[in-house]
Design a binder for this molecule. Structure first.
Ligand SMILES: Cc1ncc(COP(=O)(O)O)c(C=O)c1O
Length: 378
């Protein structure tokens, strides 16, 4: 027996329960950096444990960590961030859950440009709200006319930038246009900037918090998972309008309680890493992105908008089969990818490839994908 909301979630959700790749298969399915967590971070966690930091932390997160995170948010005259504006969460997952569960309820409509990270719509359904999907334009950027039609009366809009699954960076002009569309409305914007450090040459990322017309209505969501190769540590945070932050903090302490204390000390150490540590990983992703673009461009039957950020390629194929079937067929050929339909109706006809995987796996996996899907329908 399950509660009504869980039954609804099960009916709606297309998020797979993830399993490790079977023997002999390569996985390009996970948004999981293959790099180890930098040793300075590991050492800080060990030192914290040995130093006795083994008890509950402040439920909003260690004040020292929140202050350090606040000091790194873009401040503007009239908007200086403090520790009280930040809540440390169990990854971005719990930050997103806390915001949605704190602010969305039955009757509330949430606009999600899609294809989008599949957690967003699932959370809205869990909260009892209504998902209002707005398809992206053919170049995978926002369709501003469609958003203009969908946003009036909505409670919230959620997106990731850079985007999972499309690899698109929504630039300053696009964000400003969104701010104009929202002028005079009460729509809360949730900007999930998990991939902010992963932006490729020729593209410029700017946070929604730096856009005057968005700043005061934006809940900023961030994580240590991708930038610092810390997926297993489960540390993220959110910042935004004080009332929303307080409500999200209440949900988070109700669902999750306080975050592991030693992990928060490790997070502080991650913030202190020299830029070169993250830059070196970004450089490797840049080379992997080039590999993906080189392998998949010009292949009959396959179409790729070159990734601008994050570590995903959203590959359209001509083979006239549902993406869940294609993903299954590829798994049988020993390469795991994600079905595009997971990310919304417009994701059909696509598969998502992660290039967070090691180069060898990427070579092997791309060759298997081209071998199976290349030429189809052309
Ligand atoms: C856009 C986006 N947001 C949030 C998350 C979840 O991050 P975390 O590991 O911090 O829960 C992911 C993970 O894939 C993601 O792609």
């Amino acid at each position: 027996m399950t509660a009504f909301r869980v039954a609804e979630l099960r009916r709606f959700s297309r998020r797979p329960a993830l399993a490790p790749a079977p023997a002999g298969a390569v996985s390009l399915a996970m948004g999981e950096p293959d790099f180890p967590t930098p040793p300075q971070v590991v050492e800080a966690a060990v030192a914290a444990l040995r130093g006795g930091h083994t008890h509950y932390a402040d439920q909003k997160g260690l004040r020292e960590l929140r202050a350090a995170l606040a000091s790194r948010l873009p401040s503007k005259p009239g908007r200086n961030w403090t520790a009280d504006d930040v809540v440390v969460t169990h990854g971005a997952t719990a930050a997103l859950a806390a915001v949605v569960l704190a602010t969305v309820g039955p009757g509330d409509r949430v606009v999600i440009p899609e294809p989008a990270y599949s957690l967003y719509a699932d959370l809205v359904v869990l909260a009892g709200g209504t998902v209002s999907y707005v398809p992206l334009a053919p170049d995978l950027h926002w369709d501003l006319d469609a958003l203009a039609a969908a946003l009036p009366g909505a409670a919230m809009m959620i997106f990731s930038n850079p985007s999972n699954p499309t690899g698109i960076v929504h630039d300053e002009q696009e964000l400003k246009a969104l701010g104009e569309l929202l002028d005079g409305s009460d729509v809360l914007v949730v900007s999930d900037e998990a991939y902010h450090r992963l932006v490729y040459p020729g593209h410029v990322f700017i946070s929604a918090l730096e856009i005057d017309s968005l700043r005061d209505r934006t809940v900023y969501v961030q994580t240590f998972s991708k930038t610092y190769a810390m997926t297993g540590w489960r540390v993220g945070y959110l910042a935004g309008p004080r009332e929303v932050v307080e409500a999200a903090a209440q949900v988070h302490r109700t669902y999750n309680g306080s975050l592991n204390t030693a992990v928060q000390h490790a997070a502080l150490a991650a913030l202190d890493l020299p830029d070169s540590v993250v830059d070196a990983m970004v450089d490797r992703y840049r080379r992997r992105r080039e590999l993906v673009v080189a392998h998949l461009s010009g292949v009959p039957g396959l179409h790729l908008v070159p990734p601008e950020g994050a570590f995903y390629g959203f590959l359209r194929y001509d083979a006239g089969l549902p993406s869940e079937v294609v993903a299954r067929e590829l798994a049988e050929r020993k390469v795991m990818v994600r079905a595009g339909a997971e990310y919304g109706p417009s994701g059909e006809g696509h598969v998502r490839i992660s290039f967070a995987a090691a180069e060898d796996d990427l070579w092997t996996g791309l060759a298997r994908i081209v071998g199976h899907l290349g030429g189809a329908g052309s």
